[in-house]
Ligand binder design. Structure first.
Ligand SMILES: Nc1ncnc2c1ncn2[C@@H]1O[C@H](COP(=O)(O)OP(=O)(O)OP(=O)(O)O)[C@@H](O)[C@H]1O
Length: 255
């Protein structure tokens, strides 16, 4: 579904953040991308979501090479990817109500009427009902706003979801609820997932495969809780239960 091949990208050509990075996410697969703060995870997410043009390398979505990024990205490719950012407040227009925020991709693609009932259905699915939908971002909590952002990312039924530290600002129960929403969606639609983060335990529980950025401390690093091996006996009720912990961890390929 997603192929990044030899991606060099960043904010200064002389010192790119990513150099020759390659990774692939198969149709329906969930891949975690793990790395410390500042290593370039969000940059990978933005390139994969067609929001940031790489200096070199190829991005393919569903086998088709991407030739345009940001406003030059073809609509069919842009709408095949749903993106949830780490900080919902930076990703939400403060003038919009949560209902308008969820519906924004439908209006942007001229499908406002067609998808109106889907907005309500998704709002219910992420746990937002009643007066919350009429409130603006400053009138809701971070967790409630992130729920709206997840609903917005699912509205156009993307084939690939990119979650860039989606749960970094959330408590355990909201994390579990939103991971469950994403997994229900993936189960229903066969969508692929690229989940970016620094929580090895969460990513190993959530994803089929976890890739390490070069230089990321290994699972046994003293600063990190070792990932569970095999069963789920140490999982608390509030932790995500969406997928079996069958993932392995490998190093992401860079040149
Ligand atoms: N718009 C920008 N302009 C210049 N430099 C940037 C910009 N965005 C990010 N950077 C720099 O690029 C590097 C990688 O940033 P990125 O946000 O991809 O890292 P990250 O791994 O997602 O970090 P975190 O886990 O803290 O969110 C950092 O050194 C950052 O300072």
């Amino acid at each position: 579904m997603l192929e990044l091949d030899g991606i060099t990208a960043g904010y200064d050509r002389r010192a790119p953040v990513l150099s020759g990075l390659s990774l692939a996410v198969a149709d329906g697969e969930a891949v975690g991308l793990l790395g410390p703060s500042g290593c370039g995870k969000s940059t990978v997410a933005r390139v994969a979501a067609l929001l940031h043009r790489p200096y070199a390398g190829t991005v393919r979505l569903a086998g088709q090479p991407v030739h345009g990024f940001r406003f030059r990205a073809p609509r069919s490719q842009r709408t095949s990817v749903g993106l949830v950012f780490q900080q919902p407040r930076l990703a939400a227009d403060p003038r919009m109500t949560l209902r308008q925020l969820i519906a924004a991709p439908a209006h942007a693609t001229g499908r406002g009427d067609e998808l109106a009932s889907h907005v309500d259905e998704l709002a219910t699915r992420v746990g937002l009902t009643g007066d919350l939908l009429a409130r603006r971002p400053h009138q809701v909590s971070d967790g409630q706003l992130q729920r709206a952002c997840v609903a917005r990312a699912l509205l156009l039924t993307p084939r690939l979801l990119i979650c860039d530290e989606m749960t970094a600002m959330l408590d355990a129960s909201t994390t579990a609820a939103l991971v469950a929403v994403v997994e229900e969606y993936r189960a229903a639609h066969g969508a692929a997932l690229l989940a970016v983060g620094h929580d090895r335990v969460l990513l190993r529980r959530w994803c089929d495969r976890v890739l390490d950025f070069p230089g990321t401390p290994a699972a046994g690093h003293p600063d990190r809780v070792p990932a569970p091996s095999g069963g789920h006996s140490n999982r608390s009720a509030s932790e995500p239960t969406a997928r079996p912990s069958t993932s392995s961890t490998t190093q992401v390929k860079t040149s």
